[in-house]
Design a protein around this ligand. Structure first.
Ligand SMILES: [Zn+2]
Length: 425
């Protein structure tokens, strides 16, 4: 790696590509005039923040990195049980159950020999923050606990007080700009904003509250970009990337997939460990104990007959959606979405999978996790490092970000699922 090359990434959680426009995101519209804009950018499946975070960090699909969504069934010795990957101790549960966290190296691990190589500031769930660097090769700052190399806890008052929402994002951005991008100047600096995801889950998409959250995120991106280009006006050294992890759809209803499988006689009971449904917002991953594997086909056939189910994949077909086909995860279902317009003019509705750990009604608000057109339409811009004004219309994915960063840092990047994004001619 050459010394002056650096990369700065800012993620606006959940910002849909079609909601980037002059009224709410004046900065991103301005950026489109000088940066490369990726017009066919996609999320991964499940399109949840934690799986997306691991895919951005590793350049690999969930099938290879091993984090299959926001929730995941683990066998901790007494059969399968669904765990919340957003919890601060999930990575420890995963390590105990499977012997490790992610199965492929993150950017932080690849950069670990470069001093203060990778620094992450995140205002989303602890799980999504920690899966940027679950084994502690660089620094992760988060309100639930900050860690340095070797997973050494760091007392970081600037992060301890952060709350999700625009005010917390703003405070994090100020600290990120001054202390990290300008001060410590690591090879890779990542900042992950909670907006507009946080407000999108608690208000209708396109509502005044949601639009204000989008505008607040846009202002944070502007602030980081300005410091980046003040440090490197030519754009030769600092690659600036901003994007989102997924979009959102409006929730039409909640479907109790576990209850339906029990009622159909496929799963033994609501809490049984034979078949475990892991809710992923607008999709579910379904895990089977060894003894229940003869019910995989019946489960997929049952789901295929339900009108709320969109794409159902089982067995070897899981590879087509980037999931493994060799473990307890045997079936996945993405909810059926449609293109109706909500009261604020935003397209796209879909049901969610009822989550017993999060039973507050989400109907009419935003959600994601599946394969719907809008939840699968995150935005992405790249500026500097050879990216000039251009619209890339070829399909790109979250997994293309990590190899792009490594190429800029003059490091090997050919062992990832993603490919480095095409530079401007
Ligand atoms: Zn997200």
């Amino acid at each position: 790696m050459t010394g002056d090359k650096r990369a700065v990434i800012v993620i606006c959680d959940s910002l849909r590509r079609d909601l980037v426009g002059p009224a709410d995101t004046p900065f991103l519209v301005e950026l489109a005039g000088r940066a490369t804009q990726f017009a066919a950018h996609r999320s991964v499946f499940p399109s949840t923040t934690r799986a997306s975070s691991a895919s951005i960090a590793t350049g690999c699909l969930p099938a290879r990195h091993g984090l299959y969504g926001n929730t995941q069934a683990l066998d901790e010795g007494e059969g399968l049980v669904c765990r919340n990957a957003g919890a601060p101790d999930f990575r420890d549960q995963m390590r105990r159950a499977t012997g490790r966290t992610l199965r492929v190296p993150t950017l932080a691990e690849r950069l670990r020999w470069h001093g203060e190589a990778a620094i992450v500031c995140s205002n989303v769930s602890p799980g999504a923050a920690y899966f940027q660097d679950p084994d502690g090769h660089g620094y992760v700052y988060h309100s639930a606990g900050s860690y340095g190399p070797g997973l050494q806890p760091i007392d970081d008052p600037a992060s301890a007080g952060l709350k999700k929402g625009a005010a917390g994002d703003k405070a994090m951005t100020e600290r990120f700009c001054a202390d990290i991008v300008a001060g410590r100047a690591p090879a890779l600096a990542v900042m992950w904003l909670s907006e507009p995801d946080y407000t999108g889950h608690h208000s209708p998409l396109g509502s005044p509250q949601h639009r204000a959250a989008i505008a607040a995120a846009d202002a944070c991106v502007r602030q980081v970009f300005e410091i980046v280009r003040r440090l490197d006006p030519s754009g030769e050294d600092i690659l600036f990337i901003t994007g989102s992890d997924h979009g959102m759809e409006t929730v039409s209803e909640a479907i109790d997939v576990t209850g339906l499988l029990v009622a159909a006689g496929i799963k033994e009971g609501p809490e049984s460990r034979d078949i475990v449904v892991a809710p992923q917002g607008t999709s579910a991953t379904i895990f089977f104990s060894e003894a229940a594997r003869d019910r995989v086909t019946a489960t997929a056939e049952f789901l295929g007959r339900e009108n709320w189910a969109g794409r159902v994949v089982a067995g070897a077909a899981l590879a087509q959606v980037g999931l493994p086909d060799d473990g307890a995860l045997r079936v996945a279902v993405a909810m059926a979405t449609d293109d109706r317009v909500n009261p604020h003019g935003v397209r796209g509705y879909g049901p969610i999978v009822f989550n017993p750990d999060d039973s507050e009604s989400k109907v009419g608000f935003g959600q994601h996790g599946g394969l719907g057109a809008h939840e699968q339409s995150p935005f992405l811009f790249a500026d500097g490092g050879g990216f000039g004004p251009r619209v890339e219309t070829r399909a790109t994915s979250l997994i293309d970000i990590a190899p792009t960063v490594l190429r800029h840092l003059r490091m090997d990047h050919d062992d990832m699922d993603g490919e480095a994004l095409a530079l401007s001619a």
